[in-house]
Design a protein around this ligand. Structure first.
Ligand code: HAM
Length: 422
C-alpha cells in the first residue's frame, strides 16, 4: 500500500494553496493596516511554555504532542500561538525598547491530538494576533475589529460575534467559589471531565459540550462583576458600537484555554457547512500570562483564526475567485526548440506568465493545451517566424492575429492588454 497522510493531517494542493494564499495575503494586509509586525516562532518549544501549573484545559492536559529526543528535555509541538509569542516577547525583551503595546501577528501551523472531523485536524493553521503591553477597552475593541473586518472583507456573511467577560481577578475568584459551591451537589451528574474541573476551574463547566445543556448548568448563578470590571466591559461594548460591529453577549462563553481574563470573544459561523465546528476564531484578554511566564506584569489580548474552518466557510459561500489564467502559450512548429525557448524566457523576464510545448506535438494538440491553460495570447512560431525573427500573436479574446518583430513582442502584448480594457 502506498503511504497516505497521517490521520488528522492533509495536503494543500495547488488550487487549495491559491485559496490559502489569498486569505494569507489579505490577513497580512490587515496586520499592516493595524500596525502589527509579523512574527515566526519555532514549531516546537520546551513543554513548560505551554503547560502551566494546575492547567485544566483539554489542549494542555490531553492534546499536546510532547516528546523527548534526548531523554532529558521535554519538548512540545506548538498547540497554539499565544504562549510562544509571549515567550519570545520576554526572551527578546520586546517590551523594553518599543512603544507599548507590542503588536504581533502570525500565520503558523499548530498541532493538537484531537479526534479529527470536518474542521478539526491534528495539524491546522492559525492566523493570529497578540497585542501586548497595555490594557484599555479601546484595544480590546480594535482587536475584535481587526478580526471582524478581515472576515467581512473576505465577503463572508454567515458569521456572528459573541462576547463575554470573565471579569477581573476579584470577580472571577468570587465566581469560581460560588460556582464550586453551586455544582458540588450535582457532582455525580457532571461528565468525567467536569468532575475534574469542579475544584480546579468550574467556569469551564458552563461551556462544556456535554454538560452545558443540563438544566442545573443552565440555571447556574451568573458572575457578579466588580464595578471596575463591569465598567471595562461596558466600554468595550461601547467602542464596538462606535465601529458598528454587531455582537451578541453570551454569558456562558468561557473559552477553552486557562489564561483568559476580562474580555473573551468568538466569531462563529451560522452556515450549516461548518457543521459542529462553528467557531472560526476565538480570543481574549490575558492579564497574568506574561508575568506567569517570567516577564513583566503587563496585559495582552489576541485571537486566532482557524484557517481550515475559514476555508470551509469560504467554499460554502463561494467567495473564492481564482485567477488561473496564463498570459502566453508558445506554440512551436519547428524541430529546433531554441528560438521558442528563448522567446518564452524573454517574456518571463518581462513579467508575462508563459508556458510552452516541450514535445514538438501537432499544432492542434498545442492549441488544445493553450485552451486548457486558459492562455490569453497564443504565440505561434513557425519556420517563417524564425527566418524573419518574428512572432505571430493570436489574441484569444479578440481573435485577431498579427505577426510582429520579436523585439516588439513585449511592448505589443502590453498594448493589446491595455487596449482591450479601455
Ligand atoms: P483556540 O480557541 O484554542 O484559541 O483556537 C483558535 C481557533 O483555532 C479556533 O477558533 C479554531 O478555529 C481553530 N482551531 C483550534 N483547534 C483546531 C483544530 N484541531 N483543527 C482546526 N482548527 C482548530 C487559541 O488557540 C488562542 N491561542 C487564541 C488566542 C490568541 N487567544 C489570545 N490570543
Amino acid at each position: 500500500m502506498p503511504y497516505q497522510t497521517v490521520k488528522g493531517t492533509y495536503d494543500l494542493l495547488p488550487e487549495d494553496m491559491m485559496k490559502f494564499n489569498m486569505l494569507a495575503d489579505l490577513f497580512r494586509q490587515f496586520l499592516n493596516l493595524y500596525g502589527y509586525g509579523e512574527i515566526k516562532t519555532p514549531v516546537f518549544e520546551f513543554t513548560g511554555v505551554f503547560q502551566k501549573e494546575n492547567d485544566t484545559s483539554d489542549m494542555v492536559t490531553k492534546e499536546m504532542y510532547t516528546f523527548s529526543p534526548n531523554g532529558k528535555d521535554s519538548l512540545t509541538l506548538r498547540p497554539e500561538g499565544t504562549a510562544g509569542v509571549v515567550r519570545s516577547l520576554i526572551e527578546n525583551k520586546l517590551y523594553g525598547n518599543s512603544e507599548l503595546p507590542i503588536k504581533l501577528g502570525y500565520i503558523e501551523e499548530m498541532f493538537r491530538h484531537e479526534r479529527p472531523q470536518k474542521g478539526r485536524q491534528r495539524q491546522f493553521t492559525q492566523m493570529g494576533i497578540e497585542c501586548i503591553g497595555d490594557k484599555d477597552p479601546l484595544i480590546d475593541a480594535e482587536v475584535i475589529a481587526l478580526g471582524y473586518f478581515f472576515i467581512k472583507t473576505i465577503g463572508l456573511n454567515g458569521v456572528k460575534v459573541l462576547i463575554n467577560t470573565l471579569g477581573d481577578n476579584e470577580s472571577r475568584l468570587n465566581y469560581k467559589k460560588s460556582l464550586e459551591a453551586y455544582f458540588e451537589p450535582y457532582e455525580d451528574q457532571l461528565c468525567f471531565d467536569c468532575q475534574n474541573r469542579l475544584h480546579k476551574n468550574p467556569l469551564r463547566i458552563l461551556d462544556c459540550k456535554i454538560d452545558r445543556n443540563k438544566d442545573f448548568v443552565r440555571n447556574a448563578p451568573k458572575m457578579v462583576l466588580t464595578e471596575s470590571s463591569a465598567k471595562y466591559f461596558e466600554d468595550v461594548k461601547h467602542y464596538l458600537d462606535v465601529l458598528e460591529i454587531p455582537y451578541e453577549i453570551d454569558d456562558r462563553l468561557v473559552r477553552g484555554l486557562d489564561y483568559y481574563t476580562d474580555t473573551v470573544f468568538e466569531v462563529v459561523s451560522t452556515n450549516e457547512a461548518s457543521g459542529s465546528q462553528a467557531t472560526i476564531f476565538g480570543g481574549g484578554r490575558y492579564d497574568e500570562l506574561v508575568k506567569e511566564m517570567g516577564g513583566p506584569s503587563i496585559s495582552g489580548i489576541g485571537f486566532a483564526i482557524g484557517v481550515e474552518r475559514l476555508m470551509i466557510l469560504c467554499e460554502a459561500e463561494e467567495v473564492f475567485e481564482l485567477d488561473k489564467s496564463l498570459d502566453c502559450y508558445v506554440i512551436n512548429l519547428n524541430e529546433d526548440k531554441d528560438y521558442a525557448f528563448k522567446v518564452a524566457e524573454e517574456l518571463r523576464n518581462n513579467s508575462f506568465s508563459v508556458e510552452m510545448d516541450y514535445y514538438g506535438r501537432s499544432l492542434k494538440a498545442q492549441f488544445k493545451s493553450s485552451e486548457r491553460k486558459n492562455a490569453r495570447f497564443v504565440l505561434i512560431i513557425g519556420e517563417d517566424e524564425i527566418k524573419e525573427n518574428q512572432v505571430t500573436i493570436k489574441d484569444t479574446l479578440t481573435k485577431a492575429q498579427e505577426t510582429i518583430e520579436k523585439e516588439m513582442l513585449c511592448e505589443r502584448l502590453d498594448q493589446l492588454m491595455e487596449d482591450y480594457y479601455v
